[in-house]
Design a protein around this ligand. Structure first.
Ligand code: DND
Length: 221
């Protein structure tokens, strides 16, 4: 099995993440691809805007129509911070015969030497670096140095969407339609995420939102 892993904060997940995963899947014949929202990203100074359970529910909402995509709670079940090396060790133990491929933006993988236990990381998996059109792949190899051998760059269509922009748009009352799948948009509205005010959200409410039990039925990651 060639197992793709898409790790992220997913605050919220959007079409940029989904296109990147799909391109990696096609280019390297990966199946399945597991989306793993982190509890607390180790490299960000501030905590995510949305609670980890909300980010997980949105990840399920975005991925459950693709038979090759899964969502996993593995990093939600561990205490923060969510180090990738711990997740890869766990996956390696769970699926010893699987080849592991960690999918990440080319910008993010440039910082690989600063991740926790980078030498162990490159033993456990191959990194798939998603390069958008115009990205200088020569520069990437130079910056990666000794780790370049563990990275497969692939060119992907540029989908210029960021979670930051989606959060800003929501807080300003601007549209996010067509930036993220409709069920994610509906989830954000329903739970009042990213509004930037103090209104309580409806987490755990009874109005038909994705719950843990329906998620498991949908995905079983
Ligand atoms: P992000 O916070 O960048 O996630 O975290 C990415 C992953 O790296 C997480 O699993 C982190 O735990 C892990 N990490 C980072 C640094 C250190 C360590 C681990 C460590 O263990 O020491 P986002 O939700 O912002 O983005 C998810 C992925 O999608 C990223 O790789 C990002 O570059 C990529 N991305 C896009 N790709 C193509 N088109 C777009 C994209 N927007 C984000 N529009």
């Amino acid at each position: 099995m060639r197992l793709g892993i898409m790790g992220g904060t997913f605050d919220p997940i959007h079409y940029g993440h989904l296109v990147a995963a799909q391109e990696a899947r096609a280019a390297l014949r990966l199946d399945p691809i597991v989306f793993i929202p982190c509890r607390q990203p180790p490299h960000r100074p501030t905590p995510p805007a949305a609670d980890a359970e909300h980010r997980y529910a949105m990840t399920i909402a975005a991925t459950c129509t693709n038979p090759s995509f899964r969502a996993s709670r593995v990093e939600l079940e561990r205490p923060a911070p969510s180090y990738t090396v711990d997740t890869l060790r766990w996956l390696h133990d769970e699926e010893p015969a699987a080849e592991l491929f960690f999918i990440t933006g080319a910008d993010a993988v440039r910082e690989l030497a600063t991740w926790r236990e980078p030498e162990r990381l490159v033993e456990l998996c191959r990194f798939v670096a998603i390069a958008r059109p115009g990205y200088d792949l020569g520069g990437l190899e130079r910056d990666l140095g000794e780790f370049a051998r563990a990275v497969s760059p692939i060119q992907a269509p540029g989908v210029d969407i960021s979670s930051t922009e989606i959060r800003q748009r929501v807080s300003q009352g601007r549209p996010i339609k067509y930036l993220t799948p409709e069920p994610v948009e509906a989830y954000i509205v329903k739970h009042g995420l990213y509004r930037g005010d103090d209104q309580p959200d409806e987490k755990g409410g009874d109005q038909g939102c994705p719950s843990r039990s329906t998620s498991a039925t949908c995905h079983g990651a």
